[in-house]
Design a protein. Structure first.
Length: 137
């Protein structure tokens, strides 16, 4: 978690590397089958985070990228995993939303942000103030 030195905007990165797979990460295997088995291993992680001292009634968003959200790998596989992409296939992949699944939160009247979420194994999430320039809405 960090704050921008000029604006005070809050940002946090959350990730879930499950305890069930302690030796390696999914992309370090030679075959897609081994990667898929590793990605399927692990339990979800409940996340509870409270941040105080923020502006009241400020919207925040948690964008989560996992195997089903925000990853072009799934869409590429739906296209048949082509080794050479056609222009149409490349356009389809580029059109895939990059932000993942988004959950919205709002600070309280007292400026408290309470984030409750559940992360799937091997997911990564970015918490930012909604509408921050340079980030996708």
């Amino acid at each position: 978690m960090t704050r921008h030195s000029g604006t005070g905007d809050l940002a946090a990165v959350l990730h879930h590397c499950p305890d069930e797979v302690a030796l390696t990460v999914p992309g370090s295997f030679d075959t897609r089958d081994a990667i898929d088995r590793t990605i399927a291993t692990g339990s979800t992680l409940p996340v509870s985070m409270r941040v105080e001292g923020l502006p009241p009634r400020t919207p925040y968003r948690l964008a989560v990228v996992d195997a089903d959200h925000g990853s072009v790998m799934v869409e590429w596989e739906r296209l048949g995993s082509p080794l050479n992409l056609s222009r149409a296939d490349a356009a389809t992949l580029r059109a895939k939303p990059a932000g993942g699944a988004v959950v919205e939160f709002t600070t309280s009247e007292e400026g408290v942000l309470d984030v409750q979420a559940t992360l799937r194994p091997w997911s990564v999430a970015l918490l930012t103030r909604s509408g921050v320039e340079g980030l996708r809405d």
